[in-house]
Design a protein around this ligand. Structure first.
Ligand code: ADP
Length: 391
């Protein structure tokens, strides 16, 4: 038996049984799932690496074990009504075994694979007629050079599996750099052109197993060094483009049979919208929704996973801006500056309880406002105080 941290006392015999939602992973996303679960009196149980995971520190009940071990996954799945995720990196073959053994997974492994394998995603969506960038499966530097002969250098190489926040993505300018990128990847990589990206957009879509969907307003994400830095809701794009992006996201989710909360990341290019990637779980691009939408993405995830009615996705202010709080270069901890950040009225500060390291996502700040500029100014003011860069 794996160790159970923060075990919840048994409910009295006459109490109605509470649903138990499982989440594989125990980082900041599970920590925010936990906040939503508390409000709905849903029991959450996580699979954690250890006692210092962000959600375990916040008191969530967690089994400690290796998500690569089928016996651990079996024990975990047997103790919950439904298994959901806060990350992509669980072996899809193990998930399929759980599904075959009768466990309920949200999303099902066949849908989850679209978020776990970038090549599978590009092939599957491309064949179904969704707009994806030109791509090839490159096994060698020669393959990459052939692709570049058509599309031009530099090209973008992506490890099909296991990357996040830009880890596993490389812009390469010649065959030598391509060979270096491919060296640790025995199964090769996805190669695509370096796109002219005008904006990066994202749409959160919730879907239940009986096919009800709810899409959030289209948001714009701004990346710094391939990590989300700022998030603007709604995206400042015209209504027709927003409708097109939203429709595209919902059709993709329906096509792959996705359930739970799913984030569809899109690129706006001179050739129109292109699918970038999918996240089959609450995602950084939806953090604004905690304060900025009628139903947060985390509550929506709980509702969708349990097949409950989905909540309204409407914004509760004309604009919401979220800024990630990233560990500063000097290694200092943003917590030291929390009281000063809280003096910024209207700034909603979230700290994840993670150890401060330069470049690590440690929290975020959301501000609402009558317009984007006002919300942006408030969110950045508090984030810069936390990061120690405020003037
Ligand atoms: P991850 O899974 O690590 O988040 P992504 O595939 O989303 O990786 O890429 C990370 C970032 O790199 C994107 O948000 C975008 O800014 C940039 N990027 C990705 N693909 C391309 C491309 N083909 N052309 C130009 N920039 C890209």
């Amino acid at each position: 038996m794996a160790e159970l941290l923060n075990p919840r006392p048994p409910a009295p015999d006459d109490a109605p049984r509470r649903p138990r939602l499982g989440v594989l992973g125990a980082g900041q996303l599970a920590r925010m799932d936990q906040q939503a679960a508390i409000a709905l009196d849903v029991d959450l149980r996580l699979l954690a690496d250890g006692p210092s995971d962000a959600a375990v520190l916040a008191g969530a009940e967690a089994l400690v074990g290796d998500h690569g071990d089928l016996d651990v996954l079996r024990e975990f799945a047997s103790g919950v009504d439904v298994v959901t995720f806060e990350f992509e990196g669980v072996d899809n073959a193990l998930l399929r075994t759980l599904e075959e053994e009768g466990h309920r997974l949200v999303p099902a492994p066949a849908a989850k694979l679209f978020a776990q394998d970038k090549l599978h995603q590009r092939r599957g969506l491309g064949e179904a007629g969704f707009p994806v960038p030109p791509f090839e499966h490159a096994r060698t530097a020669v393959d990459v050079a052939e692709f570049a002969a058509t599309h031009g250098w530099p090209v973008v190489l992506k490890a099909p599996r296991g990357g996040y926040d830009g880890r596993g993505v490389g812009v390469v300018a010649d065959a030598q750099a391509a060979a270096a990128f491919l060296a640790p990847l025995p199964d090769g990589a996805l190669v695509e052109p370096a796109l002219r990206i005008e904006r990066e957009l994202a749409v959160q879509v919730a879907r239940t197993s009986d096919g009800a969907t709810a899409a959030y307003p289209v948001v714009e994400t701004v990346q710094h060094e391939a990590m989300l830095r700022e998030l603007v809701a709604p995206a400042e794009i015209d209504d027709a483009l927003a409708a097109e992006a939203s429709d595209l996201a919902v059709r993709i989710v329906e096509h792959i049979g996705g359930t739970g909360l799913i984030a569809v990341e899109l690129f706006l290019t001179p050739d129109g919208l292109q699918v970038n990637e999918l996240a089959m779980r609450p995602h950084n691009s939806g953090h604004y929704s905690i304060e900025g939408a009628v139903t947060s993405q985390f509550e929506q995830h709980v509702r969708a996973a349990l097949d409950w009615p989905l909540g309204s996705t409407e914004l509760i202010a004309p604009a919401a801006v979220t800024v990630n709080v990233v560990g500063p270069e000097d290694g200092s901890d943003p917590r030291e500056r929390l009281p000063a950040a809280l003096a910024v009225q209207g700034a909603h500060v979230h700290l994840y309880g993670k150890g401060a390291r330069p470049g690590r996502k440690l929290g975020h700040v959301t501000a609402l406002g009558p317009d984007v500029a006002t919300a942006r100014a408030t969110a950045w003011r508090a984030a810069e105080i936390l990061e120690g860069t405020a003037s």
